[in-house]
Design a protein around this ligand. Sequence first.
Ligand code: SAM
Length: 272
Amino acid sequence: SFKKSLGQNFLIDSNILNKIVDAADLNEQRGALEIGPGIGALTERLARQAHNVTAVEIDQRLLPILRDSLGAYDNVHVRHGDVLKVDLQELFREDFAEVEKVSVVANLPYYVTTPILMKLLEEKLPLDNIVVMIQKEVAQRMAAAPGGKDYGSLSIAVQYYCIPELVCIVPKTVFIPQPNVESAVIRLKLREEPPVQVQDEQHFFELMQACFVQRRKTIANNLKTRYFSGSDRQQLEQLLAQAGIEPSRRGETLSIEEYGRLSDVFLAAGIR
Ligand code: SAM
C-alpha cells in the first residue's frame, strides 16, 4: 500500500530517471546522497555512476526491498531515517570521507522538500549540486529573477547558495499513483562563493524575509514593522538612502546584492 502522507508517488519513466541521474553529473570521484529512494528506481542508476551512494529512507517497510534489490552493489549504503533528523555532518564524515564532492538527488513529498533543501544548504556540506523533483510552481519560484510575482524569499535563499537550472517539466502520468500537481526537476549547482559578501548571514536572511512579510507593502513599511518603533522613521529613511534604495520599492524588486547592502548598513547602525 502507498502512503500518501509520505508522498509515495513512484517514478516509472526511465527517460526522466535518466535525466535526473545525468543532471547529478556524477563520476567515480563523486558521492551521491539520495533522499527518499522509495523502491530504488534511481538508486541503482546512481550506484553505477558514482563512487558510492547513501540512500536515506524514512519508511521502514521499504528497507528490505531496497537491500534486496541493491544487494549486488557494494557501493550502496541504505540508511533508515528521517533526513530532517539525521546528523548530516556525521553522515558525511562516515560515508563520504573518500570523495571530494557529493551530489544530492531527491524525489520527496513536496511539503518537506523546502525544509530539507534549506537544511542541506545551511549546513555548508561539500556538495556539488542538488537535483530535486519538486512542484512546478516551486521550481519557478526558486529560479525567479527580481521583479516578477514568483520572486520572493525562497528565490533569494536558494540563489544565495546556488545557481538554479530547470532540467525538465514532469507530467503527472509518469508516477504511480498519479499526484495532483505538475512537477519539475530542478538542478541547484552550489556556488563557490555567495553572490554578495555580508557581515552576518542570519541578519541578511531575517531582513530579507521581513521585506516579504506583506508582499503588497513597501520595504519601508515592512522594515518599520520589524525593526523600528514609530519615532525612528527618520533613521529608517536615512539607512535606506545610505544603501541607495528607494523606500517606496517593494521587496520583490530588490536584488540579492541590494539586500546584502541593506543588511550591512543596518548592522553598522546597530539595528538587528
Ligand atoms: N525516489 C523514488 C522514486 O522516484 O520512485 C521514491 C519517491 S517518493 C515520491 C518519496 C520517498 O521519500 C518515499 O519513499 C518516502 O517514504 C520517502 N520519504 C518521505 N519523507 C522522507 C524523509 N523525511 N526522509 C527520508 N525519506 C523520506
